[in-house]
Structure formats: structure tokens, C-alpha cells
Ligand binder design. Structure first.
Ligand code: SAH
Length: 253
């Protein structure tokens, strides 16, 4: 379905309805996703000397569980009650114990105690913020919750390419499940609507703000982060037209 109505769904939690959340792990495939990452996040956090890590968009808990298994002291947070339930269930299933907190990023300081060595916000979650004022406010919350020398890792799909109508997905990163197909149903400079189709032909849509790479790097610097590095599909040298995802690694002085 292609539609030209561009009315962004600002209500991120309302987009993660049970029928989509139930299929999230099928969509991402934990094992293939971990293979695709090749230890990238563990390496970045270890290099930064991080111990306490906040997974700010835990979703079904994939990164929280993976990082806890690698010995990090993890707190999982997410604004969706549905997702938080899945994080708890998956942590229990994998024998990991860590605090799981439901909070909107905009109210982070009211819900976490803010002494983290690292914050990860992954799986193209940050683009759920449609307003620039919210993006700035959330980066300020993340900056505040980090210890000096702390690191923020935040990623997004390659909207630079998508906005030029060049959506492609290698299927090797992030969304690694083979059953579902993802396509772009609508794109302009304010709204990207993804369409997910599952093997039983059921469909879901997710609406996000198609943030540009330079836009996020700029906001990170303006939010007080010191060095901001960009990676494409986990590589330092990457072709901006080719990668599926861009990952920003920002350090607090
Ligand atoms: N990181 C997970 C989930 C990605 S889906 C993964 O990679 O698999 C995006 C997640 O961001 C959802 O769980 C959604 O609830 C969360 N999210 C979006 N906007 C948010 C906000 N303002 N505050 C808290 N969580 C938010």
C-alpha cells in the first residue's frame, strides 16, 4: 500500500501493539543479529571501560540480555509496556537478572538513577521522536544520565539513502529474521512509514522521523557530546549509499 498522507504517529507506544510485539523476535532473530554485529557493541563499551549500561530502548530485551551475558551491569528501559513485558520474559528465559524500567526517554531522570558509563539506544528507536525539541530534550536526558567519560551509542536506519528513494536491506543486520519483508510505504522529509509483511500475509506499519546522519551528529555535538564517531553497518569505513544502518558513538567529556 502506498499512501501520501503524511500524519506522523507521535505515539510510539501505540505503534507497538501486541500483534507486532509478539512477532518482534521473529523479525530480528537474536542469533543471526548477534552474528551480524560481530561483537561491535561489546567492543565499543569495553573500550570505553563501561560497567553500568542503560539500554534505553530495550524492546524485547535482545541487547540487554546480550550485554548482561557479557558481564555488563545492565538496566533495561523502554516506554512501551508491551515491550517491557517481553524484556522481562526474555531475561528470565535466558537466566539473566537486571532492573527493567518503563519510562519515556523524556522523563528519564525521574525513573533511573543516572550514573551510567554507557547508554545504548538501538534498533532505529531514536527516530520515533518527530519533534526537534524532543530530540534535543532526549539527548540532554541521555547526556545527564552519563558519568563523565561516558559513551552514548545511538543508531538509525540509513535515511539519507531512504530519503533518496534508495531503500534496501541486506537482511544481515538488525532485522535478520528471514520470514518477514520490510518495505517503505511512504517517505518524505518528515515521515517514513515502514510496512512489515509476515509470512501469514499479516501486515504492520511503523512510522518514524527519517533523521539524517549529519542531523543527528550535529544534535549530539550541540547537546554537549565531545567526540562523535559514525559507523555504517558496524564498520568505520563505509559507503554512505550502501549501508543499512548508521551508528553514532558519542562521548561525554
Ligand atoms: N532496541 C530494540 C527495540 C527497537 S523498537 C531492538 O533493536 O530490537 C523501538 C523501541 O523504542 C520500542 O520498544 C519503543 O517502545 C521504544 N521507544 C520509542 N520511543 C520511545 C520513547 N520516547 N521513550 C521510550 N522508549 C521509546
Amino acid at each position: 500500500m502506498t499512501t501520501n498522507t503524511a500524519t506522523p504517529a507521535d505515539d510510539f507506544a501505540g505503534q507497538y501493539i501486541p500483534t507486532l510485539v509478539d512477532r518482534w523476535d521473529e523479525l530480528i532473530d537474536w542469533e543471526l543479529r548477534e552474528q551480524g554485529e560481530q561483537g561491535f557493541f561489546v567492543e565499543i563499551l569495553a573500550e570505553a571501560g563501561a560497567r553500568r549500561v542503560l539500554d534505553a530502548a530495550s524492546g524485547t530485551g535482545y541487547h540487554s540480555v546480550m550485554l548482561a551475558r557479557h558481564g555488563f551491569d545492565v538496566t533495561a528501559a523502554d516506554g512501551s509496556a508491551e515491550m517491557i513485558d517481553r524484556t522481562r520474559a526474555n531475561a528470565a528465559r535466558h537466566g539473566q537478572r537486571f532492573p527493567v524500567v518503563r519510562t519515556d526517554w523524556r522523563e528519564l531522570r525521574d525513573h533511573v538513577d543516572g550514573r551510567y558509563d554507557a547508554i545504548v539506544c538501538l534498533g532505529s528507536s531514536f527516530p520515533h521522536l518527530f519533534q526537534e525539541s524532543d530530540r534535543r530534550a532526549v539527548l540532554a536526558e541521555f547526556h545527564e544520565a552519563l558519568n563523565p567519560g561516558g559513551v552514548l551509542v545511538v543508531d538509525h536506519r540509513n535515511f539519507d539513502s531512504i530519503r533518496r528513494h534508495r531503500y534496501q536491506s541486506s537482511g544481515n543486520y538488525y532485522y535478520c529474521g528471514t520470514g518477514a519483508s520490510v518495505s517503505v510505504a511512504h517517505i518524505d522529509d518528515r515521515l517514513c512509514r515502514f510496512r512489515y509483511e509476515f509470512p501469514d500475509r499479516s501486515t504492520h506499519h511503523l512510522e518514524v522521523y527519517p533523521i539524517l546522519s549529519a542531523e543527528l551528529s550535529g544534535l549530539l555535538r550541540e547537546s554537549g557530546f565531545d567526540s562523535v564517531e559514525e559507523f555504517g553497518d558496524f564498520r568505520r569505513d563505509f559507503d554512505r549509499d550502501e549501508v543499512d544502518f548508521v551508528i553514532h558513538v558519542a562521548r561525554k567529556a
